[in-house]
Write a protein that binds this ligand. Structure first.
Ligand code: FE
Ligand code: FE
Ligand code: ZN
Length: 276
């Protein structure tokens, strides 16, 4: 069975979110570790986390793919803001340890004019510090659309971060909207893009996929998600993605502009594609 889910709010706690995910046919989900546009996190509740872990085991859930806040820019120019972002990352990983064995994905950052090389070295520094305690969580760098000064739009940039950290456990989450917007043509040549990813980063690093259509054309560097089949990628691309032998078993997360009923429909549609 596909490891398929969507982005959900954890406002009612982890255990309740597992219930919600299961009720719409998901066997994984994503959630923001804190306010996506701020830095506020929910109070910690170990009993709730333990209940969620137990229920996910019973339901044979695939690993969750938590998402760091958009505001967490590890390579922002101002040193105190950068230090704050690094402290948020470290705190997120500490909190994620209540859900052992799951993934924590985040946007590498925007170098805001400092240059890609400087940005990458700042991201590496923050990651090394946050990974030092060795929490049982795998960190994933999200491949980006390459909007503005965003780092992570090129596979080479993801590779450079991984090399800089020098930790075998750092992985990548590819987002179908981002990768297409970044100029990797998964519509006409998914095999070629995966081959290029394997050459530059290594497919063993690919741990999760964000499943989104794109409102914008190829190589637009825009990052605007669309519902599955309604954008530039189209249904055939998603059929290829969910059926691809190299992507089998990886958690696939919808981040499409939907409420629960829309997600439920997309999950059912993608499961049907896989079964054909
Ligand atoms: Fe993201
Ligand atoms: Fe994404
Ligand atoms: Zn996006």
């Amino acid at each position: 069975m596909l490891a398929l889910g969507c982005h959900l709010s954890i406002s009612k706690g982890y255990a309740e979110t597992v219930r919600t995910a299961h009720s719409i046919g998901a066997n994984t989900f994503a959630f923001f570790t804190r306010n996506p546009r701020g830095s506020q996190a929910r109070p910690e509740d170990p009993a709730d986390a333990a209940a969620a872990v137990k229920r996910m085991e019973e339901l044979q859930f695939a690993p969750l793919v938590a998402h760091g806040a958009y505001t967490m820019n590890l390579c922002t120019a101002e040193p105190s803001a950068r230090a704050f972002a690094a402290s948020v990352l470290a705190d997120d990983l500490r909190r994620m340890a209540a859900l052992p064995g799951n993934f924590y994905n985040f946007h590498p950052g925007s170098h805001v004019g400092q240059g890609t090389e400087t940005g990458i070295s700042q991201i590496v520094d923050a990651l090394k510090a946050a990974l030092a305690p060795g929490y049982p969580v795998t960190v994933l760098l999200e491949g980006m659309a390459g909007k503005g000064s965003e780092i992570g739009g090129r596979f080479e940039e993801l590779r450079a971060i991984i090399d800089g950290v020098g930790d075998d456990s750092v992985g990548v989450c590819l987002d179908t909207c981002h990768v297409y917007d970044a100029g990797y043509d998964i519509v006409n040549d998914l095999d070629g893009v995966l081959k290029e990813f394997d050459r530059v980063v290594g497919l063993d690093r690919l741990k999760a996929i964000h499943i989104n259509d794109s409102k914008n054309p190829f190589a637009s560097h825009k990052d605007r998600h669309e519902c599955i089949g309604d954008g530039a990628l189209g249904l055939d691309t998603f059929r290829n993605v969910v059926c691809h032998p190299l992507l089998r078993g990886k958690p696939m997360i919808l981040e499409t502009p939907n409420e629960l009923p829309g997600y439920e429909k997309e999950i059912a549609m993608l499961r049907e594609m896989e079964n054909k």
